[in-house]
Design a protein around this ligand. Structure first.
Ligand SMILES: [Mg+2]
Length: 298
């Protein structure tokens, strides 16, 4: 069912569209990079995966049909996740297992964001605190060298981290390398309840030791959402962010001037109970309502 439009505008924020404008006319517009930034029409959708497309490995009802409809209507799509412990291939397989076929270029993870950013630095030399599998995703663009890193990238490093590597990263940042964090989670918990120290805590150790602040390339950083929006070929103001987490999806979307759509699946109930589920321009029951919301505004 379509939920009512909330039309909420966060205090102090004046760039949010009041309503969602016309839908695009056709797919050819999705690849037109010469778009006018002043055109506020939503052309691209940045759709959160966990809690929005599927939950605990099970597809949200109507998600696949909604995504297919949006694709047919010509929207450029990006699927977003903050997971930096999985390769792009592994995440694509998880989506496929839920019946959702996503193109490789449509998946936008913190690793993809880092690769996109580093492609802008042709002479970059990257020291990665990441699993070998993930490091190769970056190394394809930026071969690692033995000395003089210009960037230190911290992601899921539980398989490779030891004191010498940590100290090498520390010294590189002290010597001027930029510290990049793929996410800031302090800990994670397995379904069995076992807890592990997470990437954000390693980043915090490096920040504390060096006195520098990491550049975050995961949610809710505006840079992550900005890179995801830019990857569609459209301006941030022509994108809509769809997600279940107000503190990451809606906050990040608002920070780049995108239209924000909150779904009432995934984390919504817990955040609503805690008074956190606010800030989105629109709220719907689930991803299944998004095509109707956009068409209704046309
Ligand atoms: Mg989510």
């Amino acid at each position: 069912m379509m939920a009512g439009l909330v039309g909420f505008r966060p205090p102090g924020y004046d760039r949010l569209p009041i309503s969602i404008p016309l839908r695009p006319d056709g797919r050819e517009t999705a690849v037109n990079s010469q778009v006018r930034e002043s055109d506020p029409t939503v052309r691209a959708l940045l759709i959160d995966i966990n809690g929005t497309i599927f939950d605990h490995g099970i597809a949200i009802e109507g998600a696949r049909e909604a995504v297919n409809l949006l694709r047919d209507r010509g929207y450029a799509l990006r699927f977003l996740t903050n997971t930096e412990s999985k390769t792009v291939e592994a995440t694509l397989e998880s989506l496929s297992a839920c019946g959702l076929e996503v193109d490789r270029e449509e998946l936008f993870t913190p690793v993809v964001a880092a690769r996109t950013l580093l492609e802008g630095f042709p002479s970059a030399c990257v020291l990665s605190l990441m699993s070998d599998e993930l490091r190769q995703s970056l190394a394809a663009a930026q071969p690692e060298q033995e000395s003089g890193p210009t960037h230190v990238v911290v992601g899921d490093c539980q398989d490779v981290l030891d004191y010498p590597l940590l100290n090498r990263a520390f010294r590189a940042v002290r010597a001027g390398a930029e510290l990049i964090a793929l996410q800031r989670g302090a800990l994670y918990r397995t379904p069995q309840g076992e807890e592990f120290i997470d990437t954000g805590a390693i980043v915090a150790a490096l920040e504390y030791g060096t006195g520098r602040t990491a550049r975050l390339l995961g949610k809710p950083s505006s840079e992550y959402f900005g890179l995801a929006a830019t990857s569609t070929g459209f301006a941030p103001g022509q994108t809509a962010v769809v997600g279940d987490d107000a503190t990451t999806d809606s906050a990040g979307g608002n920070s780049i001037g995108a239209t924000t759509i909150q779904v009432r699946t995934g984390k919504y109930a817990a955040q609503a109970a805690a008074g956190l589920a606010k800030g989105a321009a629109h709220t719907v029951d689930s991803i299944a309502d998004v095509p109707g919301l956009l068409a209704g505004a046309a």
